[in-house]
Ligand binder design. Structure first.
Ligand code: URA
Length: 240
């Protein structure tokens, strides 16, 4: 495998960044500085980046039903609970595929596969991310229509989304709406509903491409199997 690909696979840097590291003379194979970008790594070679050995771990994929009150990062300098704390002991260096807010619950994938992650989150691949939001206010076709056309959040137009009104409770002045988007901008669902005048009170992700949370209670996780992973890869090319 080409050295830049090997470094990217190990999750240390993107391929382009890996090339920069090589050109800066920071990469060695078996103690010898790598100078040519075309250098390949053979089995048994020891690759070091900035003096640290790197390992090409087996790629692993986990599905977590994230509860409220947990942050979607690998570590937290304020000592708050992270999604990694919820998984059983995993020796690979996994991280979440995109983020869910601290107070958002539901479906989160974790992996150490950078190429998979890029594929899952790139809007071009049109993978469905399905959310159910409890909203303050009454949702109807008129106020939700802009969601399907795209609306401005943080100065940038969102891609068209789909919605389904699941429940409207006029006496409680609240509604339950399912929203399907293909992007993953910061607080995107909350901001989209806010832009149409409805505040998100509770938010949960119920589906990601071909995956849902069947059989997983909040806080529970499991490994994804080969079939599920290949279905996700297919969803990235077919858009669902
Ligand atoms: N959109 C949000 O606003 N929050 C999330 O956690 C995910 C999507």
């Amino acid at each position: 495998m080409r050295i830049n690909k090997y470094i990217a696979h190990a999750g240390v840097a993107s391929r382009r960044k890996a090339e920069e590291l090589i050109m800066q003379g920071l990469v060695t194979i078996n103690g010898q500085k790598v100078t040519a970008l075309a250098t390949t790594v053979k089995s048994g070679d020891v690759v070091e980046v900035e003096g640290q050995p790197i390992y090409n771990e087996e790629k692993v994929y986990y599905l977590l039903n994230k509860p409220r009150g947990v942050i979607s990062s690998v570590s937290d300098d304020k000592g708050r609970k992270t999604v990694i704390d919820l998984l059983p002991e995993v020796k690979e260096r996994i991280y979440p595929v995109g983020r869910l807010d601290w107070d958002t619950t539901g479906l989160l994938i974790l992996t150490n596969d950078g190429d998979f992650t890029d594929k899952m989150i790139h809007p071009r691949n049109e993978i469905d991310k399905v959310y159910v939001a409890r909203l303050k206010g009454i949702a109807n076709k008129e106020n939700l229509r802009p969601l399907t056309r795209g609306l401005l959040i943080d100065g940038k137009k969102t891609k068209p989304a789909r919605y389904r009104i699941l429940k409207v409770e006029p006496d409680k002045n609240r509604s339950l709406v399912e929203l399907t988007i293909h992007e993953g901008r910061n607080h995107q669902v909350k901001k989209m509903f806010e832009a149409v005048g409805l505040l998100v009170d509770k938010l949960s992700r119920t589906r990601f491409g071909t995956l849902d949370l069947t059989g997983l209670r909040p806080g529970e996780s499991r490994r994804l199997n080969k079939k599920e992973i290949s279905q996700l890869h297919n969803a990235a090319t077919q858009g669902n």
